[in-house]
Design a protein around this ligand. Structure first.
Ligand code: PHE
Length: 354
């Protein structure tokens, strides 16, 4: 073996070892330049062949070309191996089962829906049937049939969204005014017109009021109306029903107050309030009670005998109670929300808390 073939053999040995140690594209490229590049080690040997005598030239030339082929093949193989390893490691990352999962955003019921369902659950257990009525209502039901005729000062209790169009009324009147109901009380009359006592209904639904908003007032609100008509129903039944409802909703420690109030469709009328959850009850700057210590949840009372009589029932035989509660007000107490406007402002950061 000549000196040159020894040299070729040592280039091959060292180059293969160095290639196996090359771990990235940059190292491989440096290796290629050093061994196979224009002034690389093996290239140098091939260039020097011209200076050898004819016999040796033949042997060395063949040997150098054989090694060149081996190294080129080894280079391709090493590149491919590194490419596969890189791919495998990204795939492994993508499937890393030890990574924490990405949180899925879960849908949920609107807090008002949740609270409405709780309210109705309690009344259903107390024997009330749940029914619904129209949000677009006739003046005749929203006011007239509830003893609030046109120009009656009690109309000021409900600032009203009116429609421009007038429609045909139940009495055949071609020009009956139409409105967005301001309360669910018109369903007292609609239900009594179509059903005989005994009556026990709970009527959930949206109501609308054309009024300025603040922490306890919104222009759209939900109510649940209660109506019970039967023989021998008294104020004690109203009080007992509402107290039992409040106990099941809020627990035994929340105070419930009934105080005298006025609505043209009940006699006597009351207003039902619970003790303030926001302040000790004496803070004049409290948005919930304004220092009164109480948050009003509903109006209620004994159904006016004239209304019972107007539906064809004998008011000496049948009496009843009615109540209309604000679902958002109940939700404020249950969820500790001090501004009613948060409920329908559609801020997901607020809604996601419930
Ligand atoms: N409808 C009345 C309101 O919205 C509340 C109420 C209902 C009062 C039933 C008495 C009886 O203000």
């Amino acid at each position: 073996m000549s000196e040159t073939t020894d040299r070729i053999a040592s280039i091959e040995r060292d180059a293969l070892a160095a290639l196996a140690a090359a771990e990235d594209d940059a190292a491989i490229e440096a290796w290629r330049t050093r061994v196979l590049g224009r002034s690389g080690e093996l290239t140098g040997v091939l260039r020097g062949i011209g200076g050898l005598d004819a016999d040796e030239r033949k042997v060395v030339g063949a040997e150098a070309n054989r090694v060149k082929g081996i190294l080129e093949a080894a280079l391709d193989e090493r590149r491919e191996a590194l490419r596969r390893a890189a791919l495998a490691s990204t795939e492994a990352d993508a499937l890393d089962v030890t990574l924490p999962g990405r949180p899925l955003r879960r849908g949920r019921l609107h807090p008002i829906t949740q609270v409405r369902r709780r309210i109705l659950d309690v009344f259903e257990r107390l024997g009330f049937q749940v029914i619904e009525g129209p949000e677009v209502e006739l003046d005749a039901y929203n006011f007239g049939a509830l003893r609030i005729p046109e120009h009656h000062p009690a109309r000021d209790m409900w600032d009203t969204f009116w429609f421009d169009e007038e429609v045909q009324g139940p009495d055949g009147n071609e020009r009956a005014p139409l409105l967005l109901r301001t309360h669910t009380s018109p369903m007292q009359v609609r239900f009594m017109q179509e059903h005989e006592p005994p009556i026990r209904v709970a009527v959930p639904g949206k109501c609308y009021r054309y009024e300025a908003t603040d922490a306890t007032h919104e222009w759209m609100l939900e109510q649940v109306e209660l109506l019970a008509i039967d023989e021998g129903i008294s104020m004690a039944n109203l009080k007992g029903t509402l107290q039992e409802w409040a106990r099941q909703m809020f627990g035994p420690s929340r105070k419930v107050m009934l105080r005298n109030s006025y609505f043209p469709f009940v006699e006597p009328g009351v207003e039902v309030a619970v003790d303030c959850f926001q302040c000790p009850g004496d803070d004049p700057s409290c948005p919930v009670c304004r220092g009164s210590g109480w948050l009003e949840l509903m109006g209620a009372g004994m159904v006016h005998p004239e209304i019972i009589a107007a539906q064809g029932y004998d008011p000496e035989r049948y009496t009843g109670f009615a109540a209309g509660m604000g679902v958002e007000r109940v939700a404020m107490v249950l969820l500790g929300v001090s501004d009613i406007r948060d409920f329908h402002a559609n801020d997901p950061r607020f809604l996601a808390q419930f």
